[in-house]
Design a protein around this ligand. Structure first.
Ligand SMILES: NC(=O)c1ccc[n+]([C@@H]2O[C@H](COP(=O)([O-])OP(=O)(O)OC[C@H]3O[C@@H](n4cnc5c(N)ncnc54)[C@H](O)[C@@H]3O)[C@@H](O)[C@H]2O)c1
Length: 282
């Protein structure tokens, strides 16, 4: 099946980024959110992002107009009916995603594919609540979507080879590099990244080095663009802690125990950039 029209549920950070990536690649997009204000905000974010690309001379004003013309915003799920693939990018909440997926399942053509951009919920579990588990897959994009080259393509236990092939092909059409991942907590990137951040908190707590020196060490010694503690401040310390708690519970392995300093900082409300203070002050 050739994918020409993509439905996106959720017009937030990830939804509007995915919409932009699809529209600039020539695909028709229908982006749905619960309130018109959220749809309008998503469309405005895409327009502003395209303006930045014009300033950098990466696209022309005509490219921007053409991309925006390909995105239809709506608050009505019925607008998604003609999509060959719908990517769910709504708020990270299991019960909410189940509700949305079942609604989509009843609406879409039988052969249409369903994907979720979830960061932490099992693709196998989400697939199982639909009547098309073989046509269900994870597409984990990275933020900001228009800039980040990676898409993790996550196969649930039930995902068919045809679904995997179609979605891998789509990611390539979007100019992204797909990697194939089996369903497991944290998939690949966050599974490795977040325990590394947690370890940086242990190193800090043990007084082995200052925060600045830990970050400088990982930047200059491992060629990372940003140190793990500065990255924790960007992600949110609460998010990092919640992810470690999921790994500890799911794998039952004490190597995933969250660092007590990370827990303490979250308890103190030092969540990072969003609260003005985390490891660093902003
Ligand atoms: N932010 C990131 O860095 C990141 C990276 C990768 C994956 N994700 C995942 O992407 C998903 C979306 O995250 P986000 O950061 O874009 O969140 P967000 O809060 O920016 O956007 C979520 C949007 O979903 C909408 N929504 C809620 N219920 C809905 C419904 N029933 N129907 C339609 N829309 C609905 C909300 O109104 C909101 O606009 C989550 O599953 C998250 O785990 C996020």
């Amino acid at each position: 099946m050739s994918i020409q029209t993509i439905g996106i549920v959720g017009a937030g950070t990830m939804g509007n980024g995915i919409a932009q990536a699809c529209a600039t690649s020539g695909l028709q997009v229908v982006m749905v959110d619960i309130a018109q204000a959220a749809v309008d905000k998503g469309l405005a974010t895409v327009a502003a992002s395209l303006d930045r690309l014009i300033k950098k001379e990466k696209i022309t004003p005509a490219d921007k107009d053409a991309a925006l013309a390909r995105i239809q915003g709506s608050t009505d799920y019925a607008a998604l009916k003609s999509a060959q693939l719908v990517i769910e990018a709504a708020t990270e909440n299991h019960a909410l995603k189940v509700k949305i997926l079942q609604q989509l399942d009843g609406l879409l053509a039988p052969e249409a594919l369903l994907a979720s951009n979830t960061s932490s919920i099992s693709i196998t579990k989400l697939a199982a609540v639909t009547t098309r588990p073989d046509r269900f897959i994870g597409m984990h994009f990275f933020n900001p979507v228009p800039m980040m080259a990676l898409v993790e393509i996550i196969r649930g236990l039930q995902t068919s080879d045809a679904t995997h092939a179609a979605v891998t092909d789509l990611a390539t059409r979007l100019g992204k590099t797909p990697i194939s991942v089996k369903n497991a907590p944290g998939f690949v990137v966050n599974r490795i990244l977040v325990p590394m951040i947690n370890e940086a908190f242990f190193v800090l707590a043990e007084g082995t080095a200052t925060a600045e020196d830990i970050d400088a060490g990982m930047k200059l010694g491992c060629n990372q663009p940003i140190g793990p503690l500065a990255l924790a401040d960007m992600i949110g310390l609460d998010v990092c802690l919640a992810v470690m708690e999921v790994y500890l519970a799911e794998f039952g392995d004490s190597k995933y125990r969250p660092c007590p300093l990370l827990k303490d900082m979250v308890a103190a409300g030092r969540l990072g950039r969003k609260t003005g203070r985390g490891v660093y002050a902003y």
